[in-house]
Design a protein. Structure first.
Length: 208
């Protein structure tokens, strides 16, 4: 009788141990899944961060992954790398779309950033035509410059400019300097910046 009870006791002990082992494995799997998910999220964030930092991107990528406010930050950073200094945000976005101001002792420049995407969001194709800034929007921007007696302006967008908008800008009096940077021009500037950074790194490594 005692032997039977002992065998039953050991059987129950084995069952309990197996249950504990299975529970531990289940807990480990749950935490492993969370860790893997966190690692994946971190990797994706790092990838996107490097993507933006090093210019391995297209206007399609920008329009799909940045919010308008993040695009403002992005443009401010790019303008700084293009040599523009003393950049500051306008406290409130004006009706004309001005959201960044460049100031110096000699001149001031108004900068407008517009995050535009493809016309047909369902296509998800980098070759699709993009939304364009028209003449009326550019006129509002110029109106703000005239009102504030500013002679220099920059409009940056991931989209395009209509032919009418471009012609209107070209027809302005010579005292005004307006730079239109569309999505294609923006990605070209990004490549130039990255090429310069690579050259600087190579020179620095060679010096060391």
């Amino acid at each position: 009788m005692s032997k039977i009870n002992t065998n039953e006791f050991f059987k129950k002990e084995v069952i309990v141990l197996n249950l504990l082992l299975l529970t531990m494995i289940f807990i480990i799997l749950i935490y492993s899944g969370k860790i893997i998910k966190e690692m994946k999220n971190t990797a994706e964030w790092q990838f996107k961060s490097d993507y933006l930092k090093y210019g391995y991107l297209s206007r399609y990528y920008l329009s799909m992954n940045l919010s308008p406010s993040k695009f403002e930050d992005f443009c401010k950073d790019i303008l700084g790398k293009m040599g523009y200094k003393n950049l500051e945000y306008v406290s409130e976005t004006m009706e004309s779309g001005n959201n960044i101001r460049l100031t110096s002792s000699k001149l001031s420049t108004y900068i407008s950033t517009r995050l535009y995407g493809v016309k047909n969001n369902e296509k998800r194709n980098i070759d699709d035509s993009y939304e364009a800034i028209g003449r009326s929007e550019v006129q509002k921007f110029i109106g703000a410059l005239v009102h504030d007696k500013i002679k220099n302006g920059i409009i940056m967008t991931t989209g395009d400019f209509t032919e009418e908008a471009i012609k209107y800008t070209e027809s302005l009096p010579g005292e005004y300097t307006i730079k239109l940077i569309d999505g294609i021009a923006l990605t070209k500037e990004l490549r130039k910046i990255r090429e310069k950074e690579i050259i600087d790194i190579m020179i620095c490594n060679a010096a060391n």
